[in-house]
Design a protein around this ligand. Structure first.
Ligand SMILES: [Zn+2]
Length: 96
């Protein structure tokens, strides 16, 4: 906590004070700090949102990869079953 001079009346104001206790002028240094805090907050919020989006995207990509893997396995299973079915048909036909 520091002291600054009011830009209007020259009186000392705490950097934590929102306004000058002598003339009531808004403490711009304090407000700048608040504004910077706000900007920093907005920035970290945006970063956090971006991170969330990335995680969501990655999760979606993982799910998509899982789905692709599942589809590939299903295709292989179908092909194997079709092959076995044809083999069985051929076997039955030859037997008859
Ligand atoms: Zn003042």
């Amino acid at each position: 906590m520091g002291l600054v001079n009011c830009r209007d009346c020259g009186g000392t104001i705490s950097t934590n004070a929102n306004m000058c206790p002598h003339c009531g002028t808004i403490n711009t240094i304090q407000n700048e700090m608040l504004y910077e805090d706000h900007l920093e907050y907005e920035h970290s919020l945006a970063e956090f949102e971006h991170q969330l989006e990335m995680e969501e995207f990655e999760a979606w990509e993982r799910a998509d990869a899982e789905a692709s893997k599942f589809t590939a396995i299903m295709v292989i299973v179908y092909v194997v079953f079709a092959f076995l079915f044809l083999l069985f048909i051929g076997w039955v036909m030859n037997d008859v």
